[in-house]
Design a protein around this ligand. Structure first.
Ligand code: BGC
Length: 394
């Protein structure tokens, strides 16, 4: 009997091996280097004549990209465009595949917030060979001479505002005793992260140089303070280690300069779990995510830099429609608009390594507990429902 069972098992094993060996293998994912041959222009599917806009966003994890995607989609659809909206899960290859797919599906315009600013050179060459204009959205796309325009906020100023808040709140101009600060910066593959860092560092450096401000961890440069993927968890863990290693019970920490709200959430959690002193720690942020708005109101985060995403999308849609119309706008786009917000046209400051990219830049603003009602609620960007819950409105 045992021999029969053994024989049956062997036969089944052979059959299973044959099945998996002979069945058709899945197509390998396109290599980045093979992209130029991926879809030929003949493959491109042009449909019923409706204009197609391809929007590629980095991830859904952050509140902001969800808003960006839905604002852009709604406005392009209102203008009669068909919208392809893809989120790349923060993965470079997924974003490249998304863009290839959108070109294949006949996109007439691409709006891209890059996961990695330097990884899209080849796929954008492909877009250009299909005559698809490209707008770099929020994050500058590097190393490409085919990016047409860039729409963003003044990213250097974001860092300046964060540093100015810390200088003001710690009264560094007048304080005698040195204060302690730690830095939590952004994702090194996001080109914006360096602008935020440079703005903050240029502003705060005189106080570090004069030792009015000291980082006890000694972690000050961009790479040692970086946070991969802008992750809340990574920011939290890094600050927990710093707190446990450099801030024993008798040593106070005064400020954590965080580059954005997702990293600020991590910092606040680390302070709650691993910092027992009772002094308030000044934590900065950026975006105005709802969780962080609550934290500003309850005092665990000092400020955020608010960027009106709807306005960023309004500029992008106006620019996109002009490009689809065969125009190459400059200041005239702003002059012809009825925008009730400030936007400047810049052709000198955004060098992507291959060209100076013509840019439309909006103004970021500082939000603290003192001006939050006026700047975010009275203006209608956020509302409270009858239960007091905050939600984004405008
Ligand atoms: C954006 C920020 C955002 C960060 C993380 C940056 O490029 O400008 O608004 O917080 O990415 O997604």
């Amino acid at each position: 009997m045992k021999k029969v069972i053994a024989a049956l098992l062997t036969i089944s094993l052979i059959l299973v091996c044959l099945y998996f060996g002979l069945r058709p293998q899945p197509e390998p994912v396109a290599e980045v280097t093979g992209l130029i041959d991926a879809p030929t222009l003949d493959d491109i599917h042009t449909d019923d004549g409706q204009t197609i806009v391809g929007i590629s966003m980095p991830d859904r994890l952050l509140e902001r990209w969800n808003k960006d995607g839905s604002y852009l989609r709604a406005q392009f659809e209102k203008k009669g465009c068909k919208v392809l909206l893809r989120y790349a899960n923060n993965l470079i290859d997924t974003q490249i595949d998304d863009i290839v797919d959108m070109i294949r599906e006949g996109a007439d315009l691409l709006v891209i917030a890059a996961v990695d600013g330097s990884a899209l050179t080849e796929v954008l060459d492909l877009a250009k060979s299909a005559n698809v204009p490209i707008i770099a959205y929020d994050r500058l796309i590097m190393d490409s001479d085919v990016v047409d325009y860039y729409v963003s906020f003044d990213n250097y100023k974001v860092g300046v505002l964060q540093a100015q808040y810390i200088i003001r709140i710690l009264d560094l101009a007048h304080s005698e005793k040195p204060k302690h600060i730690e830095f939590v910066t952004g994702d090194p593959v996001d080109n914006n992260a360096r602008y935020f860092y440079n703005g903050a560092m240029d502003t705060i450096k005189p106080y570090l140089d004069s030792q009015k401000l000291i980082s006890l961890s000694g972690q000050v440069n961009f790479y040692e303070t970086a946070t991969a993927q802008w992750s809340t968890d990574i920011a939290q863990q890094r600050l927990q280690i710093i707190l446990n290693s450099y801030y024993p019970e008798n040593v106070t920490l005064d400020a954590v300069l965080c580059a954005n709200d997702s990293t600020a959430l991590g910092a606040v959690r680390a302070l709650e779990s691993d910092y027992t002193q009772k002094n308030p720690v000044a934590v900065t942020g950026q975006d105005g995510d709802i969780a962080n708005i609550y934290n500003i109101i309850n005092g665990t985060q000092g400020m955020t830099v608010f960027k009106a995403l709807r306005e960023e999308s309004v500029v992008t849609v106006a620019l996109g429609l002009a490009l689809l119309d065969g125009k190459r706008p400059a200041e005239d786009l702003i002059a012809a608009s009825d925008w009730d917000f400030k936007c400047s046209y810049n052709t000198t400051d955004y060098d992507n390594g291959k060209k100076l990219v013509a840019s439309y830049l909006l103004e970021p603003i500082t939000i603290t507990a003192d001006n939050i009602e006026h700047q975010l609620f009275d203006t209608g960007y956020y509302r409270r429902n009858s239960a007091g819950l905050i939600y984004a409105a405008k």
